[in-house]
Design a protein around this ligand. Structure first.
Ligand code: ARG
Length: 592
């Protein structure tokens, strides 16, 4: 099913028969598609060892290959081997993958259980622009793993255990919203959080957050409240639970707008029962020490002082700081971000024992995760065989190259962005004669942003350029959606009753080759934890289809066999594009 592997095998056999060590023999897609489909530069590398000129070796290898109807090999100067795949082999490939439930996307040799931690919304805090990339990238990575045959689980890991909860509750109390909880009635469960709405929370938290910076007493009291919540003290715990419930409904709705779905809506606080056990593991193993009343774990490694390159000769040599110790208990006994993450790993390992845990957050948290991972490895909380991965993404910037802000310089709300995308998509649809379909507009608007985001290497900052993302032609989500809609329209008029792909024209060849490249892009994206290769290959396939569409009249093709072949190709392209979009977390649309 994998043409590249077949070609590699043929070449390896021929090279081995000549006495070469052919393990490292590699075949790649051609970078001169006008000359050939695949290429191999093995002879360039192996010639010296064999005491031959590269071209001579390439020729010998080619001569040593039995003629086949599928592949044509030729040696070219200075020593490359070019490979062309026959129309017939491409047809067979297309028909084989059309019948395969994975559409030819190669499955991992031994499926693993991979646990994804992304989203990371904070309870009582409104989602903003900084919360967009994690659900976009995280969801796509999770789907990519599942497309390749891994089992996946996902947890939103709500930020629900930190100072923001103490601050919010303190502010609500001071403003008289929690009086019922601090009176005679101790039946806390049945006291309603009356008048406490999401809108109110969105006012109270920022207010408290500003105040803590200028009012030390307020901050101290908020710290105490936080501790009381963490210790499960009433009525703090119940108030906290009710606020969390309120928030989660909203958070879930917001993630659904982006097609992000989680198996678990756990929060930091759900790891609470594991915290003592986790801390004890550090203490028992002599890994924790006291420092200014706090409990810390040294995670720096020997020889980690990395020299920073000098800018001039006389500059003293400076070294990068080694990893600072991880603080796992605060001076006042409170738990920190690292504590809950460590306890959460312990919990996940007890419950699910995943082979890998993947965290998707912005790159400012890299240090945090490195500390947490090291702690877990040291204490045996994460077994040696378990892979812990932090996928660190860059910032979404405005056109000025600075983090995306409102015109007035404020933080852009998550919901406002989704609304903006939906409105803009609505305008575009209107010019295509489609009005009043909000859900369609959301699918296109959100798809545009996701494709724009995922087209970049994940680690890179990128510019949020809504007009560019939403263009119906270009390397965009809407272009792919439009290609699918176009195929739907052809198929709805065609009365297609099934048939085989039969590659005959240059356009069909290009489509078949684009599918081959798309399928290998899944692997590239998987290895890189970045979807950009998949986006690009999906675009290339859509674009190859457009060329076919422009150059051939599919519906009015008089030769019925040829027409059936073209329609079979339409179905295959549609299925491949839909699979890509699904993997990227983007909706396909029936028409647009
Ligand atoms: N709540 C965190 C934040 O807003 C993100 C959580 C990421 N996941 C984790 N396991 N720490 O920064």
């Amino acid at each position: 099913m994998n043409i590249k592997d077949e070609i590699t095998k043929v070449l390896q056999d021929a090279a081995v028969a000549l006495g070469c060590e052919a393990e490292g023999l590699n075949v790649t897609f051609s970078n001169r598609p006008e000359l050939c489909d695949y290429q191999c530069n093995f002879a360039m590398i192996a010639a010296k060892k064999m005491g031959e000129k590269p071209f001579d070796l390439a020729e010998k290898i080619v001569k040593n290959i039995k003629k086949s109807a599928d592949f044509a090999f030729s040696a070219v100067m200075p020593g490359f081997i070019n490979v062309s795949v026959s129309d017939c082999a491409l047809s067979n490939f297309c028909n084989t993958i059309a019948a395969d439930k994975h559409l030819g996307v190669e499955q991992v040799a031994s499926p693993r259980l991979v646990f994804f931690d992304y989203g990371g919304a904070n309870v009582a805090k409104e989602l903003h622009v900084g919360h967009l990339r994690s659900p976009i990238v995280g969801e796509a990575l999770k789907r990519l793993h599942s497309a390749l045959g891994n089992k996946t689980l996902s947890d939103v890991h709500l930020g629900d255990y930190g100072l923001q909860m103490g601050l919010t509750i303190l502010q609500l109390k001071e403003d008289g919203h929690l009086d019922a909880f601090f009176g005679q009635n101790t039946d806390y469960e049945n006291i309603q959080l009356e008048n406490v709405t999401l809108d109110l929370l969105n006012e109270e938290y920022p207010k408290a957050s500003k105040r803590k910076d200028v009012d030390a007493d307020f901050k101290k009291q908020a710290d105490e409240f936080t501790l009381l919540i963490q210790k499960g003290q009433e009525p703090y715990r119940t108030i906290y639970k009710k606020i969390r419930e309120l928030s989660v409904v909203e958070i879930e709705k917001n993630y659904k707008l982006l097609n992000s779905d989680f198996d678990f809506y756990y929060g930091e606080s759900d790891a609470y029962p594991m915290i003592d056990t986790a801390i004890q593991l550090f203490v028992d193993n002599g890994l924790a020490r006291e420092s200014e009343g706090a409990l810390v774990v040294d995670v720096a490694r020997e020889g980690e002082h990395i020299p920073i390159p000098k800018k001039s000769e006389d500059e003293p040599q400076r070294y990068k700081n080694p990893m600072p110790p991880a603080i796992i208990k605060k001076y006042n006994g409170g738990d920190l971000y690292a504590t809950t993450d460590i306890a959460t790993i312990l919990m996940r390992n007890k419950e699910f024992a995943p082979d890998e845990i993947v965290y998707v957050t912005d790159n400012r948290q890299s240090g945090h995760f490195e500390q947490v991972f090291r702690c877990c490895k040291l204490a045996g909380i994460s077994p040696e065989t378990q892979k812990l991965t932090h996928v660190a993404f860059g910032t979404m910037n405005g056109k000025d190259g600075k983090p995306f802000k409102t015109r007035a310089g404020g933080t852009v709300k998550y919901k406002d962005i989704v609304n903006l995308l939906t409105e803009k998509a609505e305008e575009k649809l209107k010019s295509n004669g489609i009005v009043g379909d909000d859900e369609l507009a959301r699918k296109i608007g959100v798809g545009a942003m996701k494709f724009g985001d995922l087209s970049n290497t994940v680690a890179k900052d990128y510019v949020f350029d809504i007009d560019k993302f939403l263009a119906f032609d270009g390397k965009t989500g809407p272009y792919i959606q439009y290609t699918i809609a176009r195929i739907n329209s052809i198929l709805s008029k065609a009365n297609f009753e099934g048939g085989q792909v039969c590659v005959q024209t240059a356009e069909e060849r290009n489509i078949a080759l684009a599918i081959l490249k798309l399928n290998s892009a899944y692997q590239v994206a998987y290895d890189a934890y970045s979807l950009n290769a998949l986006c690009l290959a999906t675009f290339d396939l859509a674009s190859a289809f457009s060329t076919l569409y422009n150059n051939h009249k599919i519906l009015t093709e008089a030769n019925q066999n040829k027409k059936a072949g073209l329609l079979a190709m339409c179905v295959l392209v549609k299925n491949c594009l839909e699979k890509s979009l699904w993997t990227l977390g983007i909706d396909s649309v029936e028409k647009m």
